[in-house]
Design a protein around this ligand. Structure first.
Ligand SMILES: Nc1ncnc2c1ncn2[C@@H]1O[C@H](COP(=O)(O)OP(=O)(O)O)[C@@H](O)[C@H]1O
Ligand SMILES: [Mg+2]
Length: 378
């Protein structure tokens, strides 16, 4: 574990970049430092690998003061990724990734073998190996940066705004990739960003910093959204806090109704049997079980339902893996006010009303506030 203990950094010109910062950075998780430009994020990150030395306070790695370790040993245990990847322009992609293993004395062949393995891991096509950085897109370069940082398999990754310079679609891909890699490799990652949505998406723990190098709050993202510690954090989180927090509640607990669902070849008896006074519509599925659309029962032509005449059912949510936020979004966008749930194969798993989702949201809020009250009492 990395422990930052009352660390201050005062630059020679008198700027206090970080002010008595204390943080316990958990092992094998992503800790995000987030805050406006100039609040001391980069300075904090660089103190962890001693590119910047603190003016006061100590940083411990697994209980040992990092000042006690030779700086080269320390840096080898920490991969470092920066914005625009910072690749060596005169080296091929493969040799960029192989940089640290080569420095560690691996043979060229072994280092390149490892580099190829990492290209696959970060989602880069093997055909890019012989190219130079300028021949890659920004997103691809950023993947090379991540692969290079992972090359010597360091336990710690330090990432400074690694995805800030790419467009939103590519950024989302890189974020998803990082979460997937983290699931597989379980690194201790300290990730710096100024983007609160990125922080909420990636962080196991999020440290919100404010100008002057002060820590405003250190909490899991769901707790930031439910209980911002002060007006600064609340303001920094921005609008739709309540809706965004629903991403942390699974939709798995929703009671799905499987009754009001019929297949396109449903008989008049089946349609009648599936029709109940509590549900004004029936969901029609194809013979493969995939949802096709909604209809009032009286408008259905038994035995041969015309999919063209159905109300669209929009994008469904996946019952086992999506959040209450996705379920609510589906219900809000649905012309009937009912959301359609599917299984991982895309087959209809049931339907749920806006009202039932609302009840589940209230239940989830009640559970977490009870847990928080209990925590406050303890
Ligand atoms: N080498 C330096 N000398 C003097 N001031 C610096 C230096 N590096 C950063 N600063 C100042 O320290 C503060 C924090 O900077 P930085 O850690 O880069 O913030 P962030 O990464 O959050 O944008 C800023 O006011 C910045 O201008
Ligand atoms: Mg910075």
């Amino acid at each position: 574990m990395i422990r930052i203990d009352s660390v201050t950094k005062r630059y020679p010109d008198g700027t206090v970049a970080v002010d008595r910062l204390s943080l316990e950075i958990p092992d094998r998780a992503i800790t995000v430092l987030v805050g406006p430009s100039g609040c001391g994020k980069t300075t904090t990150l660089r103190m962890i690998n001693r590119m910047v030395e603190p003016s006061e306070g100590t940083i411990l790695l697994d209980g040992t003061d990092i000042q006690q370790q030779p700086v080269n040993t320390l840096r080898r245990s920490m991969g470092y990724v920066i914005q625009n990847a910072g690749l060596f322009q005169h080296r091929t992609i493969l040799d960029n990734i192989a940089t640290v293993p080569r420095l560690l004395g691996w043979s060229k062949q072994k280092a390149r073998g490892r580099a190829r393995e990492l290209m696959e891991r970060v989602g880069l096509d093997a055909s890019l190996a012989r190219r130079y950085p300028y021949q890659l897109s920004g997103g691809q370069q950023q993947r090379v940066g991540v692969a290079r940082a992972l090359a010597a398999d360091p336990p710690v990754l330090l990432m400074d705004e690694p995805f800030s310079a790419v467009d939103p679609v590519v950024r989302k891909g890189l974020q998803d990739e990082l979460l997937r890699i983290q699931d597989e490799l379980g690194k201790t990652i300290v990730f710096v960003t100024h983007d609160i949505d990125e922080a909420v998406k990636l962080g196991t723990m999020v440290a919100v910093m404010r100008t002057g190098g002060h820590l405003a709050q250190f909490a899991p993202p769901a707790e930031l959204l439910s209980d911002p510690a002060n007006a600064f954090v609340e303001d920094f989180l921005g609008a739709d806090r309540g809706i965004r927090r629903l991403s942390f509640f699974p939709a798995a607990g929703l009671d799905l109704l499987t009754g009001p669902v019929v297949a396109v070849d449903a008989t008049a008896e089946q349609i009648a049997a599936r029709t109940t006074p509590d549900v004004p519509y029936l969901l029609v599925t194809g013979l493969d079980g995939r949802p096709l659309g909604w209809s009032e029962p009286g408008r259905l032509t038994a035995g041969n339902i015309d999919p063209e005449r159905l109300l669209p059912c929009g994008r469904p949510f996946t019952a086992g893996t999506d959040s209450l936020r996705s379920a609510l979004d589906c219900a809000v966008l649905s012309p009937t006010g009912w959301a359609v749930a599917v299984d991982t194969e895309g087959r209809a798993a049931g339907v749920v009303s806006q009202h039932a989702i609302g009840e589940a949201i209230r239940g989830a809020h009640a559970d977490t506030s009870a847990a928080q009250r209990e925590k406050a009492v303890r």
